[in-house]
Structure formats: structure tokens, C-alpha cells
Design a protein around this ligand. Structure first.
Ligand SMILES: Cc1cc2nc3c(=O)[nH]c(=O)nc-3n(C[C@H](O)[C@H](O)[C@H](O)COP(=O)(O)OP(=O)(O)OC[C@H]3O[C@@H](n4cnc5c(N)ncnc54)[C@H](O)[C@@H]3O)c2cc1C
Length: 354
């Protein structure tokens, strides 16, 4: 390629899932000239995900990691984008989490005075909220929660990026190093950013990072029970259109190569039956995806230890919706102003293992 004719840009982003989309927008807003490449066959994690964001998670129902930083940023970010592209995709909804015991109910009454948890509590109930629900000890109604309609968000943002997004496969072997960056086909870049989810495991630059892929399966079911909130305990049940609910998700580190399984379907149905008494009328869909999770459950942000101009923004595991707004701002400041990344997410934590 004639270098004189290469179009000069700042950054090439590989991938337009939740990670690539948020970072591309941040960089674009900061005046960077970007190009995004995204695979035309879209079978990635973001398009299967339920899109839930939930400030209180896990079996023990504790505040999600850095929720107090993530959640204010999250709403502001997606609402700004909704206004920018004239589309609705953030569905703010309370989450109802039934208590499993009287002890748990008491614990939550105590928790509610903790200012960090109080931020996320709408109300605590000590009695069942509906005859069709299995919640004999009541439950907690959480706020600052909801779900992101991810396909609408990604498609809207794809339109917004226009010619800055090309639907084509990135082929790493075509990268050519230059004195101040990288050439790729007809373009030259000062930096390449891997936002390509689990495909980064096969990159010659980032295969040393300890990804820990987690398969998830998810159903859409019809059921005649339509409370105003998301229900979440063991499984989540998110209202979509009238009478239709998304139910998920499973977590498995095995069977990564095979598609949806009967055992995961049965697991989801059993867990749903433990929450709601109403029979399932039909199963409308059953899908699966693999989460780009990491061994220490923290994202991978940063710069390659040796190669200049090679970066990664990845490893968002089961929480891409809530993590990418906050961390895309941190990554932008790192890329443009060389501001340090939080040590917990900086891939420097793994350089000693190379
Ligand atoms: C069943 C299930 C349920 C989930 N539920 C939730 C949830 O409720 N809430 C939540 O926050 N998260 C959820 N997740 C997790 C969420 O999906 C991930 O955190 C998120 O999608 C990660 O986004 P990403 O952009 O890093 O990766 P991906 O979505 O995998 O995107 C990577 C992109 O890179 C592209 N790419 C890869 N290789 C190339 C190449 N060579 N050339 C060009 N492009 C390439 C891919 O096409 C893709 O668009 C769920 C996941 C699953 C599987």
C-alpha cells in the first residue's frame, strides 16, 4: 500500500457490541477520528443479553461492585444517547426481589439504614405482594434498575456512526506497523482498540489475558401475570410486550461449543416456577450466548505491554450494560490525556505473568 495515500485516523475500534459502541461514542464526542469494524454475522454476546442493570446482585444480595459510581453514569449516558439519536432503549423499572427467609427480611431492614444501600431501595415489604407470587416473607423493591433494549441501542448507534462503521471482518494479519502507529488496508491509525469480546482471546496481542468465558441461556415465555416490575430471584423475569417475559440466565463454564440445551431450559423453567405460580403458556424463543468474562471478574482495560498503539477495552462479563458507560469515559481519558486507569481494571495487573 502507498503510505502517502493512507487515510489518517486516530483510532480503529474492533467490534460494535456494548463495549465498542460506548467507547466509539466517547471518542467521537472528544473529536477523535475513528473507524469501527464489526463482523457482519452478529452472533455475539451483546445481542443475546437480557440487558438488565441491577444495583444489588448475587446470592447474598449485596450492592454490585462500585454501583454508586456506575449507576448515576449509566442513566445519564443512555438518556443522552436516546435524545441524540431519537430512539427509546432505556427502560427504567423497579426490581422486586422476594426474601427467602425471615432472617433475610430482618437483615434487609437493617441494611436499609446503610446510606450506600438506601440509595437503591424503593421499599421493603414484609408480606407477600401478590397471590401469584411465591414470596411469603415479602421482598425488597429496588430502584435505579431496569433494562436496556440492546438491539435497538446498537442498531440506533450503528446508524449514528454511519460511514465510521464498516461491516467487515478485521483480519489481524493485515496490520502493518509504521513509525507512529498502524496501517490497516487503506487507513492509518495511531491506535487499534480491541473491543471484540471473546475474539480477543485469539489475538496475538491479548491471548495472554485470563478470559473465563461463561455460557448463558435465556428464554422468552408467555405467561398470564403482568406486574409492573422485574422479578429477580434465582432467575430474572423481565416484562417485554404484554404477556411476554424474558427469563434468564444460566451460567455455565462447560458446553461452550454447543448451542441451547434442554437442561438449561429446564433449569430456567424450574426456577421460574419457584418464583411465580402461573403456568407458562408457551416458550417463544430459547437462545444462548457466551459472556466475555474474566478470571478475576474485573474488566480488561489498557495498553499492550510492548507494542505501541495497541489497546484493549473488554472483559465486561455479565454486566456490559452497567460497566461500559463508566469505563468508556475512563478509557477515553487514558487514550487521549494519558490519565491513569484504575489499577483494578488495568491489564497491567497481568504483565507479571507474561
Ligand atoms: C444469556 C446472556 C445474558 C446476559 N444478560 C446480561 C444482562 O442482563 N445485563 C448485562 O449487562 N449483560 C448481560 N450479558 C452480558 C453482556 O452480553 C456482555 O457484558 C456484553 O455483551 C459484552 O459486550 P462486548 O461489546 O464486550 O462483547 P460482544 O457483544 O461480544 O461484542 C464484540 C463485537 O466484536 C465483533 N467482532 C469480533 N471479532 C471481530 C472481527 N474479527 N472483526 C470485526 N468485528 C469483530 C463482534 O461481531 C461483536 O459485535 C448477558 C450475556 C448473555 C450471553
Amino acid at each position: 500500500m502507498d503510505l502517502l495515500w493512507a487515510m489518517e485516523l486516530d483510532f480503529l475500534l474492533i467490534g460494535q457490541g456494548l463495549a465498542g459502541t460506548a467507547l466509539a461514542y466517547r471518542l467521537e464526542q472528544a473529536g477523535m477520528r475513528i473507524l469501527i469494524l464489526d463482523q457482519p454475522e452478529k452472533n455475539q454476546s451483546s445481542r443475546v443479553a437480557a440487558g438488565l442493570y441491577n444495583p444489588v446482585t448475587g446470592k447474598k444480595m449485596v450492592k454490585s461492585w462500585i454501583a454508586e459510581k456506575l449507576f448515576p453514569e449509566l442513566e445519564q449516558f443512555y438518556i443522552e444517547l436516546e435524545q441524540k439519536i431519537g430512539s427509546d432503549f432505556l427502560i427504567e423499572k423497579n426490581i422486586y426481589r422476594p426474601f427467602l427467609s425471615i432472617e433475610e427480611q430482618n437483615e434487609w431492614m437493617g441494611h436499609s439504614s446503610d446510606p450506600l444501600i438506601h440509595l437503591f431501595i424503593e421499599e421493603i415489604f414484609t408480606e407477600s405482594q401478590h397471590p401469584e407470587l411465591r414470596d411469603p416473607f415479602g421482598g425488597v423493591l429496588l430502584k435505579k434498575s431496569g433494562w436496556l433494549d440492546i438491539p435497538t441501542y446498537l442498531e440506533g448507534m450503528a446508524k449514528h456512526f454511519g460511514e465510521k462503521l464498516k461491516l467487515e471482518n478485521f483480519e489481524e494479519e493485515l496490520l502493518e506497523k509504521t513509525s507512529n502507529g498502524w496501517n490497516y488496508k487503506d487507513f492509518s491509525f495511531r491506535g487499534i482498540i480491541y473491543c471484540n469480546g471473546l475474539a480477543a482471546m485469539k489475538s496475538r496481542f491479548f491471548s495472554f489475558l485470563p478470559f473465563a468465558p461463561v455460557k448463558g441461556e435465556i428464554l422468552e415465555v408467555e405467561q398470564d401475570f403482568d406486574p409492573a416490575w422485574i422479578i429477580n430471584r434465582g432467575v430474572f423475569r423481565v416484562p417485554l410486550e404484554e404477556g411476554v417475559f424474558r427469563v434468564g440466565s444460566t451460567y455455565t463454564w462447560h458446553d461452550l461449543e454447543i448451542g441451547p440445551t434442554e437442561s438449561a431450559k429446564n433449569e430456567l423453567i424450574t426456577k421460574l416456577e419457584h418464583l411465580v405460580r402461573v403456568p407458562i403458556k408457551s416458550i417463544k424463543s430459547h437462545r444462548h450466548g457466551i459472556r466475555p468474562a474474566t478470571k478475576d471478574r474485573k474488566p480488561f482495560l489498557g495498553k499492550h505491554p510492548i507494542e505501541a498503539g495497541v489497546y484493549i477495552f473488554n472483559g465486561f462479563g455479565a454486566k456490559g450494560v452497567s460497566l461500559t458507560p463508566y469505563f468508556s469515559a475512563m478509557m477515553r481519558d487514558f487514550l487521549i490525556e494519558n490519565r491513569p486507569l484504575d489499577t483494578e481494571v488495568d491489564i497491567k495487573r497481568y504483565f507479571k505473568y507474561i
